[in-house]
Design a protein around this ligand. Structure first.
Ligand code: ADP
Ligand code: MG
Length: 718
């Protein structure tokens, strides 16, 4: 593998760069692209190299138009014959009809939402098309490609990254397209330092026949001609397997080390059998807990009595009532003369938790403190002071809670909501805040992501699991309906009825990356809705680019029902709790992932009134998109939805890039790569426990990102 790897990528012409060289030093990355990359957390050469292809095309031998069979996927090299955009029936979206040819024949292609192609394609241009061949429904004798992936080749720019090889396909980053990324990556790969440190011990690499880190990176980005495209496309090439193994290994090693540490750590054993505490727990309850809530609190309480830290995951579908369970645990901590902290993934959610914690706890005499980054300086300083001197009993906040200037007088219990949004490291940092007082806090992690139990044990390491498998009583099921844009007038009418009856409505737009372009579409649409569709109602707009104050003021108005209809992006996805909102309209529902749709829909159906969710999608969409939406219509059961999600995504990315990224995964997928996960776990635990392996361990930790190094402070294990 070594020799061929070097042959496929030319020897560096310039002195090799370092892994922490800024991306802008790489050929093909200017200031603008560097900015786009930075938004994705890609700052250095090392970061860029971790941005891996999601698919590969065999461009050594192209298929010919003559040989195409319906139902199969092909890569073609063709020339444009003609093209034309035809407006759709409802005005908004045009279909672009394209006719292409190669030496063996011609082929029609269709691009939905294809207006943008009108000015980009010209007769005679060379293209590479990749997609499935289908039968034209109107003329069954005809074959066509619908929405194929396309790359425009301009012959003067043609180089060895384009054709004549197995070509990596990258997900575009904003306007930084796959092809441009590939060129930059080619330059990046050429400058990989030759002495690249390898965190896998040599003995282990030998035992498992894994290639070196350097070769694995080169071969994953620009595979040799001899590699199998089929294996590459299912992430099973030796190079990819090595990278996957490494990511799991690193992560499992951290879990193994953590477990060793936790076992050695002390926590304050809480007393909870006293009458005063029992009474406090009862007093804060605004309603009768469900059986599941009682059981979960029992399990938590049993942990809290022990002299070592609780590490428990509270898993429950959206709306199952995790918050109050966490608050009860906080009360136990407070009654034991310690402080509690509750960390939420977004400011909106932090403020909401703060308000409900205040409502429940302050009448009983506990002091609740809010801590978010958008606070005024003076307020923040005062809050910090009260946390440090112990006046505050519970701190609710975002990641602002883990900043260095935050000190607790005596932190005893930590709850982390929607854990998958936080990095493992962030969780640790909050725990470290208490460690300075000679004891570790008890930790409860709240998650609405229903994952199979075996998997959650692997992912979350040694967290114990409590499950809320029951919804609070008095909920009427949400009715979900799928419709097309054509029927929007009727949809708006039903929203008007809802508001007329005193209820509130969410309208959600697919602003997922909060990019300028997406945001503009949502803002324009908001203006249009307010002016033309709902002139008599109060509308609010909520998106991720608003300041904390703006966000909070919109949410406040919505909570007070001063906003009837909230037009929002996915910022409302997590945790927002306004029971009076009984309808949700999701536009372009086909663009959302299944778990995201489920989270969004969880915002309604929170009161006793019947709730409606309307999914608006185009009449034609991919089979997978259709299956997602059908699932949403069929069921509201989170576990069922998660399972379907798994099936639909297949080897795809169940955890979503954000979650996987948090675990330090760029390529590893715990579901697809279960076998590697298990083997990596075994090897990592063996290494951590083998006292003769200390030097190897130290060496690995030195090669870890700085933040991990600090965490596993080398002195401790050295
Ligand atoms: P999630 O598990 O999604 O975080 P929340 O904690 O936000 O759910 O609870 C959802 C809603 O249900 C809240 O309005 C909460 O006050 C209410 N709730 C929770 N438990 C009960 C219960 N046992 N009886 C009635 N309402 C409850
Ligand atoms: Mg919640």
């Amino acid at each position: 593998m070594n020799a061929t790897a070097k042959a496929s990528v030319n020897a560096p012409t310039k002195p090799p760069l370092h892994f922490d060289t800024p991306v802008q030093m790489i050929k093909g990355v200017g200031p603008q692209r560097a900015e786009l990359l930075a938004q994705r957390g890609i700052h250095t050469l090392g970061d860029l190299l971790n941005y891996l292809p999601f698919r590969y095309e065999d461009r050594i031998r192209f298929s010919t138009i003559k040989e195409l069979l319906p139902g199969n996927v092909y890569t073609l090299r063709v020339k444009v014959l003609s093209g034309q955009a035809v407006r759709g029936m409802y005005g908004r979206d045009a279909i672009y009809h394209l006719l292409v040819q190669d030496a063996t024949g011609s082929l029609p292609c269709k691009f939905f939402h294809g207006q943008y192609l009108e000015n980009r394609l010209k007769p005679g241009q060379s293209l590479i098309l990749h997609g499935k061949v289908e039968i034209d429904k109107l003329r069954p004798a005809r074959r066509e490609m619908v929405n194929p992936q396309m790359e425009i080749l301009s012959s003067e720019e043609l180089d060895s990254t384009e054709t004549g090889r197995i070509v990596p396909i990258y997900e575009a980053i904003g306007t930084f397209g796959s092809r441009a990324i590939r060129r930059a990556m080619y330059a990046a790969v050429q400058s990989i330092p030759s002495g690249l440190p390898d965190i896998l011990p040599a003995a282990l690499r030998l035992k498992l026949s894994l290639p070196s880190r350097r070769d694995a990176l080169i071969q994953t980005h620009f595979p040799d001609a001899g590699e199998s495209v089929e294996l590459l496309n299912i992430f099973r090439s030796p190079a990819q397997q090595r990278l996957i193994f490494e990511e799991f290994f690193r992560y499992q090693l951290s879990i193994a080390l953590d477990r060793q540490t936790t076992r050695r750590e002390n926590a304050i054993p809480f007393r909870l059998r006293e009458e005063k505490i029992r009474a406090a727990l009862k007093r804060i309850l605004p309603f009768k807990p469900t059986t599941a809530q009682k059981r979960a609190l029992g399990e938590i309480a049993a942990d809290l009595e022990k002299p070592f830290p609780m590490n428990r995951l509270l898993q429950g579908d959206v709306g199952s009532g995790k918050t109050i369970v966490a608050l009860q645990a906080a009360v136990i901590a407070i009654e034991n003369a310690t402080q509690a902290a509750l960390m939420a993934p977004t400011e909106i959610l932090a403020v909401q938790h703060y308000l409900s914690a205040k409502r429940v706890l302050e009448p009983v005499g506990y002091r609740v403190e809010l801590l978010i980054s958008g606070m005024k300086f003076g307020e923040k300083a005062a809050a910090l002071e009260r946390l440090a001197n112990g006046e505050a009993n519970l701190a609710v906040g975002t990641h602002a809670l883990i900043e260095d200037n935050v000190k607790f007088a005596r932190l005893g219990f930590v709850a982390i909501d929607e854990q998958h949004r936080f990095g493992v490291l962030q969780r640790k940092r909050l725990m470290d805040k208490a460690a300075t007082h000679g004891h570790a806090p008890h930790v409860l992690v709240l998650t609405a992501t229903p994952i199979p139990r075996t998997l959650s044990l692997t992912i979350y390491g040694d967290l114990d699991v409590s499950i809320l498998d029951e919804l609070p009583p008095g909920r009427t099921p949400i009715i979900t309906r799928l419709t097309t844009e054509q029927h929007l007038p009727g949809v708006w009418e039903s929203a008007r009825r809802e508001v007329a009856a005193g209820q509130q409505v969410y309208i959600v737009y697919p602003v997922i990356e909060e990019s300028k372009l997406e945001l503009k579409a949502a803002i324009d649409e908001f203006a249009r809705l307010r002016k033309d569709v709902f002139p008599k109602f109060h509308l609010g707009l909520l998106h991720g680019r608003l300041s904390s104050e703006e966000k909070e003021s919109v949410m406040q108005d919505f909570r007070k029902n001063e906003i009837n209809i909230l037009v929002a992006t996915t910022v409302v996805e997590v945790g927002v709790d306004v029971p009076n909102a009984t309808a949700m309209i999701i536009e372009h529902a086909e663009r959302f992932g299944l778990s995201q749709l489920h989270q969004l829909r969880g915002r309604i159906g929170r009161g006793a009134k019947k709730s409606h969710c309307i999914l608006v999608a185009p009449p034609r969409m991919t089979e997978v998109a259709k299956a997602r939406l059908d699932t949403m219509v069929r069921t509201t059961n989170g576990f069922e939805i998660a399972e379907t999600d798994l099936l639909l995504r297949g080897p795809g990315d169940f955890f979503g890039t954000r979650q996987s990224g948090d675990l330090g995964f760029h390529i590893a997928n715990p579901i697809r790569d279960k076998d590697l996960l298990e083997s990596a776990r075994k090897e990592a635990f063996a290494l951590a426990e083998d006292t003769t392996q200390k030097p190897a361990l130290t060496q690995i930790l030195r090669a870890l990102p700085e933040e991990w190094q600090r965490r596993y402070n080398l002195a401790r294990i050295g």
